[in-house]
Design a protein around this ligand. Sequence first.
Ligand code: WTA
Length: 653
Amino acid sequence: MSEQVTFDDLLHEEREFAPSKEFAEQAIVSDDSLYKQSEKDPLAFWEKEARELEWFAPWKEVMEWTPPHVKWFTNGRINLSHNCLDRHLKTWRRNKAAIIWEGENNEIKTFTYQQLHTDVCKFANAMKSLGVTKGTRVAIYMAMVPEAAIAMLACARIGAIHSVVFGGFSPESLSDRINDAQAELLITSDGGWRRGNIVPLKNEADKALENTPSIKNVVIVKRPHGEPFPCRVKDGRDHWYHRLMEEASADCPATELDSEDPLYTLYTSGTTGKPKGIVHTTGGYSVGTYATTKYVFDLKDEDIYWCTADVGWVTGHSYIVYGPLQCGATVLMYEGAPNYPENDRFWEIIERHRVSVFYTAPTAIRAFMKWGHQLPAKHDLSSLRLLGSVGEPINPEAWMWYHKHIGGGNCPIVDTWWQTETGSIMITTLPGYGKAKPGYAGVPFPGIQATILDEDGNEVESGSGLLAVTHPWPSMLRTIWGDDERFVNTYFSKWNKKIYFPGDGAKRDEKGNFMILGRVDDVLNVSGHRIGTMEVESALVDHHLVAEAAVVGRKHDLKGQAVVAFVTLKARATMSDAIKDELKKHVATKIGAIARPEEIIFAADLPKTRSGKIMRRLLRDIADGNALGDTTTLADPSVVEMVREQYEEKYGD
Ligand code: WTA
């Protein structure tokens, strides 16, 4: 696989892919009328979308803006679980499959909208019996099982605020998130299947629960395959999900929530050691995820839609659960790994279920490329009609491979740029109208106003700059849980309080297509997952032998970026491979396996500027192999001094 594409090459990207005539003819959007309408009056566009949902009481103002804070659909009363479920029960969709779930061991379970509604109502009542009410925070630490979606929808039904924590995070990451949100209930499962092994979620959660005084109750879902995985059940505190469900009534009308009542928090990495609890509210998030799912994925009732994300990330929230279910779609949900039992598992799933819309991440596409196009070729993928990409920039090679070998050369690809904070897709092409250009995400979604600015806030006409969103949108984060000041400082202080700063660099072509160049802050994107360098640094210095640590990203063929850590040991420690391994393990234990450094480089001293700042640019160059060739020499103090001097000459202080 050739990965040698530089951004200069990308700038000369001339290939354009318009949707086929057949696709455009059946597409929800096949001309520029939505763009035109929304440009003229963005608020009217969002209002029109909002009217397609059911409201218990209408809104007064579409938007109320006191920069940087905003409210959407003020005083409107709505419930997202109602719009995902009850709204469809009055139609033929009552008996339509809402979720088709496939377990790693091939079990298949289907929930119609009616069945999903029943389980969500029962579980909402079960939670009420455990004291959960509107505003209670509920942590969810689960694998990709339907009960994760049921738990989320049940929280939304009664106005409890869920905080889903990715099942691959460590007990310490879980307890940090529980404590920050002061969650009272934890929902987990005994285990989850991943690549043929059981991930012992409850046992991991037990370690977290030693330090989470706010938790009053724990619900454990028994994974419905084979023998239950042994786990401790603490009397009075821990409850089996299936027992609660046996006793619960299926009658639970959705709570009429205010538009601005919090819906959920989701923690994401930033530039400090402490993850941020991004807060989304009910009305605006519902409208944003509904409209984007409908138009970007061009969803039809016949579609089988599959998003391969995990519910632990925002993509799982917006585009496995809330967006597609509001659209009345049939969502495929898969529990396990793409390479289990063989590397063609995804293609087998597409063939088995006749998946028509497929949404995945570039890191997965690059892994599939490595495994070879012969694997998808063994399967009938002719049911596919639309492909999507999310999470990181997709390199043109991967784009072309995806287009040819998965899409058979005739499926549009939507490359969707957005973030945990934005709640829904912000930049993309609309598949029945836009011309896709490999490497370019496309243009702002109707109703979204984005541009590129320089550090001083001037529009960048050509060349690269900083991506900026100049007007609020309905599914925008409202604050950071418990830290509004950090919200203002992180997102609305770069230019002025009206302009949102996403932290990404970008460029535009002459037609206004945006190319996203990646993060401009100290956040890494490893396999599409955000990891704060400071988080990994704090995990490293927490080890008793580490004096100082600096973490940077290195370009990686499959992961996009890999974590590289420069570490100075305390005087009493001797540098060795055994310590390197121990430190990698330590990070995985503290944060989770996704943050595990790919490489540890020992340094006698970390190269710092005269003003004491770590020279990250130098470290990135070293990690990428552009400077210093042999990095072991950093362990020699005189070398550190020498590179510092050379770099200061080149780049200044
Ligand atoms: C990156 C995931 C380029 C970007 C939905 C952003 C992308 C961060 C794309 C958000 C894309 C996401 N092209 N870069 N299509 N999609 N990103 O919060 O750097 O996990 O800021 O949300 O991923 O990651 P998050």
